[in-house]
Write a protein that binds this ligand. Structure first.
Ligand code: GAL
Length: 987
């Protein structure tokens, strides 16, 4: 038996021993034995608790558990209790003392065993044993022979199996350590998970490796193809579509009139490498050339604009182990939401994901498995990035990244890693990549201050003003003039922006405007794609499920729900943030000019003409469709604009709507949908839309006021009843009500609560007492034409307050049984108000746990003042239950912005609300207090009342959890304000 008692590899800095040279991930028709499935498993508590002879072929593992490979062992048992350890979440901090390269003695270690049969026909004498992902360090024995050990969790490791593999029964034994020196290099913001989490196989060894070089000359339209093949023996290249048959792969083959690869036209030429042994390897060749031209990021001679997301692999039940279907779901969701780029933050994904990017068309920033952020709190003291002892480990990660993924046309940029400070090891990794592959650019955000070894000036979370300065080339200078000059010659990207945690991000359209205004700005990537919530049951016998986040597994240090900051909810339902992003980045922009009776279509594509889209128009009168048709838009070239006059049928529909005298708003909506099926969506899928108000609403009829009459204990005004003392509306017709009264508080969003770069907004709000305001009624005064209630809203201990005057008027209304009641609220700050208000509106409640809600105004989803681009005016029907947005940590949500009118059909009656002219509307089955107190969705239960918020305005959402707060126009300052709303009921 070989040495399996030495565990030095766990803590030494070596990236591994006994491994084969890294190479591309590719399929071959040589036989492969897939070893995924149930393995025998035992979890040892540390190196002192290992099973002595576990690697011996005859070791009896019959009593051991069965564990699926691939899987993350901490995810086993979910959504019930985790069976092996538990997931733990930290963003920056290591979950153990920082003492590199040492790791804790308590080091959970998985012992895995798997028996498998090798058929006689399998070429056992020339085979490799391949691990596609093992977290974080492991050692391998085949039939009792130690093959080696490895680190670099999200990279492939191969061992030479020849000599150990034999026909018939084989036993593979693998020891996997949760912590290793490698953990210091894998401090990405994510759950700490362990195990053999990607596939394992034994593959016959044939062609060793190859590197496809496929460039495109946009001036001549010529493609150049050369494939460097590492033997053994003679290998030929065939690409039938290009007329290449049995040729020398090295060529170079120059092909006229080739169609280039891009995100929009991901043209792949199918080919194959054929070895003299008969082995065949399929190739998918995409021709493209990446270049920086005059400081602009171009592909195939044209500037590209990255409308991207940061994706790191996630599934709420399996963690970082994903099926092909989940990867495909991600790619399709991205494409369907107009996303054209993905940064594989912060490690190389399962290589099949990159195949999908090649196939469906996504630009990829392919990132190395590297982050040492946990050294930052210690001032980067002992940071591996600048310590020669770690140089080999850094180079190893860069080499394995590039070698594995080098044949993907979608990969246009290599990224060294993330948040690892700066240092010679990063520079060395960049230098190695540059000499190995000069066809792509090199990215690493951490080098932004000097940009001495990167090709892109990359920033994260800067505000729009700074971004605009970068766009103009006016960023603050670097220390070194040479670096400074170089940096100013580089294109700039936002490798992370728009932190999508909870309700938000706000302000995406501001970013997009700046990006589109400056050629230097190559776009960016939202942080991040998906919320990393873990599906759990509420209790052993309580199978209500919820999404767990940091701290829910009793971690000693953790970062709470900072792990839930994606555009998708954990179950991959798009969040309002993704719906907003889709609209903000739409690749054609449709503008409607009602005055000129024209529609303009601006094509923002990189290479695609607009001809693949069908344009359709719809006219809606008060939200009801009254006409629709198709719109002939000339095929518009990328960068060009077409203007279309309104066609006759559209004009006729509008004329009819104008004449019908309904007095409603008439809107024209134009959509651009796929004319034919694409690989990523079916014909009819909507890509972009534009909307214009063609006929504004008629002014509402004047209000003949009724007198308010004081009775014993109540005041009557039309069909409304008010409590004499509180001045609150308690009844309207038959409907029992409670309120409305001024409300300035909201259940804090994550962006309200956290502040990565500034004091969180919540601090000032709490200091001002905005979460504990008292509503003091000063006067309830009925008169001949209505009722005036005056009050003051203020917090205990504070001399500042808000004076509020509620002026109620009523009339009997045009229909019998329907009375109109109008509320005008005037708010005047009193004393010093240096803090913005979370919201400004009135709150009330009515009986019920759910209700149908129909409204006319923007929708269908929630919208806030700085995240409202995706909401379009229409008539929508929903329910209170469906109008709640289930953010992983409950918080303010569900606002319908600038609603014109709404009808709430509750068990106790129907309430009609009309904005005068518009009002923000939120209805929920629980109070703000309950919403704010809930840690998870299952903590919320309807309390028997429907809580209604009618808001004049909200404070913007911003992105302060990690980035800037709302921009100045989206700050809700406490200034004098007046707003009005009307109520009526029907039985
Ligand atoms: C960035 C980091 C990401 C993530 C994000 C906050 O600084 O690169 O990995 O932590 O902040 O969610």
């Amino acid at each position: 038996m070989n040495d399996h008692h030495s565990h030095a590899y766990v803590e030494d800095r070596s990236p591994g021993t006994g491994r084969l040279r890294p190479r591309a991930a590719f399929a071959s028709d040589l036989p492969v034995l897939r070893l995924d499935g149930d393995w025998r498993f035992r979890l040892a508590s540390g190196l002192d608790d290992l099973t002595a002879d576990f690697a011996a072929p005859d070791f009896d593992d019959g009593a051991w558990d069965l564990l699926a490979v691939p899987s993350c062992w901490q995810m086993t048992g979910l959504p019930g209790e985790p069976r092996y350890g538990a997931p733990a979440y930290t963003n920056i901090h290591y979950p153990f003392p920082v003492d590199p390269p040492r790791v804790p003695r308590h080091n959970p270690t998985g012992e895995y065993r798997r028996e498998f049969d090798v058929p006689d026909a399998f070429p056992a004498a020339a085979a490799v044993l391949r691990f596609e992902g093992v977290d974080s360090a492991f050692a391998v024995w085949l039939n009792g022979i130690r093959l080696g050990d490895g680190k670099g969790s999200r990279l492939t490791t191969e061992f030479d199996a020849a000599g150990a593999l034999r026909p018939g029964r084989n036993v593979l034994a693998v020891r996997v350590h949760q912590w290793s020196s490698g953990s210091y290099l894998e401090d990405q913001d994510m759950w700490w998970l362990s195990g053999i989490f990607r596939s394992v196989s034994v593959a016959a060894r044939g062609i060793e490796d190859f590197f496809v070089h496929a460039g495109y000359d946009h001036e001549s339209g010529r493609g150049t193809l050369a494939v460097d093949v590492t033997g053994p023996g003679q290998v030929s290249l065939t690409v039938p579509e290009l007329g290449i048959t049995g040729a020398d792969p090295a060529g170079p083959h120059v092909i006229d009139g080739v169609r280039p690869w891009s995100d929009e036209n991901p043209r792949l030429y199918q080919g194959e490498l054929v070895a003299e042994t008969g082995e065949r390897i399929p190739l998918r060749i995409g021709f493209r050339t990446v270049a920086v031209v005059d400081g602009v990021l171009t592909v195939n001679g044209r500037p590209i604009s990255l409308r991207g997301v940061n994706r790191h692999e996630w599934h709420p039940l399996t963690g970082r182990t994903l099926t092909g279907d989940t990867m495909l779901a991600d790619v399709l969701l991205m494409k369907r939401h107009n996303v054209n780029a993905v940064r594989t933050s912060h490690y190389p994904p399962d290589h099949r994901f990159l195949d999908l990017c090649d196939e469906h068309g996504l630009w990829v920033f392919c990132e190395g498995d590297l982050e040492t952020h946990g050294f930052e709190p210690g001032g980067w003291h002992r940071n591996p990035s600048d310590d020669p002892a770690w140089r080999e480990a850094y180079l190893d990660r860069a080499v394995r990244l590039v070698e594995r993924d080098k044949n993907h046309p979608s990969v246009i940029v290599w990224s060294l890693g993330n948040e690892s400070g700066t240092g010679a090891n990063l520079a060395a990794a960049a230098a190695w990549i540059r000499q190995r592959d000069d066809s792509r650019l090199i990215h690493y955000e951490g080098d932004w201050a000097s940009c001495s070894y990167v090709d892109l000036y990359s920033r994260m979370y800067i505000g729009v003003d700074e971004l605009a300065a970068v766009g103009r080339g006016q960023e603050a200078p670097t220390a070194d003039p040479a670096d400074d000059a170089r940096r100013r010659s580089l294109p700039a990207v936002l490798c992370e922006y728009g932190h999508a945690m909870g309700n938000g991000p706000g302000g995406l359209s501001d970013y997009q405007q700046v990006i589109e205004a400056h050629r230097r700005l190559a776009g960016g990537f939202i942080w991040e794609w998906i919320d990393h919530g873990i599906l759990r049951h509420a209790g052993q016998d309580d199978h209500r499920s919820f999404y767990a986040y940091g701290g829910d597994f009793g971690e000693e240090v953790h970062d709470g729900n900072f792990v839930a900051d994606g555009l998708l909810f954990p179950d991959r339902t798009p969040s309002p943030g993704l719906v907003e992003y889709k609209k903000v980045i739409e690749p054609v922009r449709i503008r409607i000019d009602p005055a000129a009776c024209r529609i303009t279509v601006l094509n923002l594509h990189h290479v695609r003409h607009s001809g693949y889209l069908d344009f359709r128009w719809t006219v809606e009168d008060g939200g009801e469709p009254v006409g629709s048709g198709s719109l002939a838009v000339p095929a518009t070239a990328p960068g060009a604009t077409s203007t279309v006059e309104w066609p006759a049928d559209l004009t006729a529909a509008l004329d009819a709507a104008r004449k019908d005298g309904s007095g409603h708003e008439v809107w024209l909506t134009v959509t651009a949908v796929l004319a034919a099926d694409e690989t990523w969506a079916a014909a009819g899928h909507e890509v972009a839309w534009g909307q214009g108000l063609v006929v504004p609403a008629a002014a509402s009829s004047p209000f003949p006021p009724a007198a308010a009459i004081a009775h014993d204990g109540y005041v009557a005004l039309g069909s409304a009843r008010f409590d004499t003392r509180s001045g609150l509306l308690v009844r309207l017709g038959d409907l029992e009500l409670d309120g409305p009264q001024l409300d300035v508080w909201r259940a804090p969003t994550d962006n309200d609560l956290l502040g990565a770069f500034a004091e969180p907004q919540i601090t000032a709000w709490r200091t001002a007492g905005l979460d504990r305001m008292h509503h003091e009624v000063l006067r309830v005064a009925p008169d001949e034409s209505g009722l005036t209630v005056t009050a003051r809203l203020a917090a205990a201990g504070s001399s500042s307050g808000l004076h509020v005057v509620y002026r109620w008027t009523a009339c009997d209304g045009p229909d019998a049984g329907q009375a109109r009641l109008r509320l005008e609220t005037t708010v005047t700050p009193d004393g010093a108000w240096p803090v913005p208000l979370p919201r400004l509106g009135v709150a009330m409640s009515l009986p019920g746990t759910d209700a149908e809600v129909e409204w006319f105004g923007p929708g269908p989803g929630e919208a806030y003042r700085d995240s409202r681009t995706a909401a379009r005016v229409g008539r929508y029907r929903s329910t209170v239950a469906a109008m709640q947005t289930p953010y992983v940590r409950p918080q303010e949500n569900g606002n319908r912005h600038r609603v014109r009118s709404a009808r709430i059909t509750a068990p106790g009656g129907t309430l009609l609300i009309t904005g005068a002219p518009v009002i923000d509307l939120t209805v929920r089955p629980w109070s703000t207090r309950a919403l704010a107190a809930a840690a998870h969705q299952h903590d919320l239960a309807p309390d028997g009342r429907l809580h209604l918020h009618l808001d004049h305005a909200h404070h913007g959402l911003g992105s302060a959890a990690c980035g800037p707060g709302p921009s100045a126009p989206d700050v809700l300052a406490a200034v004098t304000a007046a707003f009005a709303v009307e109520f009526s009921t029907t039985r």
